[in-house]
Write a protein that binds this ligand. Structure first.
Ligand code: ADP
Length: 296
């Protein structure tokens, strides 16, 4: 089933134009929505999840018109919000059974079976009688996925799920998400490029409420092939290089600053060719957007 978002716009009461005529078509599998903080990702996620309304535009999922029939969408939706409340003194099993009840899974046996299956799936079965208040960040996020999967959803939305996870927990979480994305639509909203490059077969970059680009991440990356150049410099040389080149990123590696530029032709000046990464393409897209805004 496809999620179709057409001309979706939202302006908050304080005048912030959080979504500007957003168009997206999202099929089965992992879709990455990448953008900086404040880009409008949560606004979009909450609108899809029927928690707030847009001012204009439409969202459909298969035959369901989300604005007209939010109840129908909720029946097939799983949502892991950026922040979700947990009862710290409840155990994972108690909480999931309670949430399964709220989700309308009427039969007690069915609730027990689903909760048992989900706890195994997210690798928390042996911790099921432990209080949620004692869970680590990664365990909480895996619990969050288990609650999002209650009721066998057809579309799952996860908002910034890997922020704050250590590398091991993040990897475990990636494995879990990619398993889920094999059969249903999963929208992963994130500001972490690695989340998208690791997991997603389709993506959009969002900036200032606008979709700046949408494509297969491999194609996005490849679009910069032959145009990416890198150079290691001293910190005090940064300003000059920024003035003379289109510097899209600078980062430190083993204490040395490296800058990346995107230019059609070899810039000379000590730059070496570089195989582009999704992060380069992301920064380049944001830089083009900023330049457009500044009228360059
Ligand atoms: P992201 O999830 O990408 O960080 P958000 O959707 O949270 O972005 O925010 C987009 C913009 O809308 C930001 O400028 C934010 O300050 C603003 N915003 C978000 N929620 C509200 C709200 N309830 N009222 C007013 N402004 C909001």
């Amino acid at each position: 089933m496809k999620l179709e978002i057409k001309n979706l716009s939202k302006t908050y009461a304080n005048g912030v134009h959080a979504l500007k005529s957003v168009n997206l078509s999202i099929g089965t599998g992992m879709f990455g929505l990448l953008g900086q903080n404040g880009a409008g990702k949560s606004t979009l996620m909450r609108t899809i999840a029927t928690l707030q309304d847009a001012d204009e535009g439409s969202i459909t999922f298969g035959d369901i018109d989300v604005a007209k029939d939010p109840g129908e969408l909720r029946k097939v939706l799983g949502y892991l919000p950026q922040e979700f409340g947990l009862y710290p003194s409840a155990t994972a099993e108690e909480m999931l059974l309670h949430l399964a009840d709220l989700k309308g899974i009427a039969s007690k046996q069915e609730r027990r079976d689903q909760v048992d299956t989900l706890l195994r799936k997210v690798n928390l079965h042996d911790k099921r009688t432990q209080r949620l208040g004692t869970y680590s960040g990664g365990m909480k996020q895996r619990f969050g996925i288990a609650q999002a999967l209650l009721g066998d959803p057809k579309i799952v939305i996860v908002d910034e799920p890997t922020a704050g996870l250590d590398p091991t927990e993040r990897n475990r979480f990636y494995n879990l998400l990619s398993e889920i994305g094999a059969s249903i639509t999963v929208i992963l909203s994130t500001h972490i490029v690695e989340d998208v490059s690791t997991l997603c077969h389709d993506m959009a970059i969002i900036g200032d409420g606008e979709v700046l680009l949408t494509d297969d991440p491999r194609k996005v990356e490849a679009s910069l092939r032959g145009k990416c150049w890198v150079k290691s410099i001293e910190n005090e040389e940064l300003e000059r290089h920024c003035a003379e080149h289109e510097v899209i990123a600078n980062h430190f590696h083993l204490g040395q600053m490296h800058i990346t530029v995107v230019e059609e032709n070899a810039p000379g000046d000590g730059f070496e060719p570089k195989e582009p990464t999704l992060e380069d393409a992301y920064f380049h897209t944001l830089a083009l957007h900023r330049a457009g805004k500044n009228g360059k």
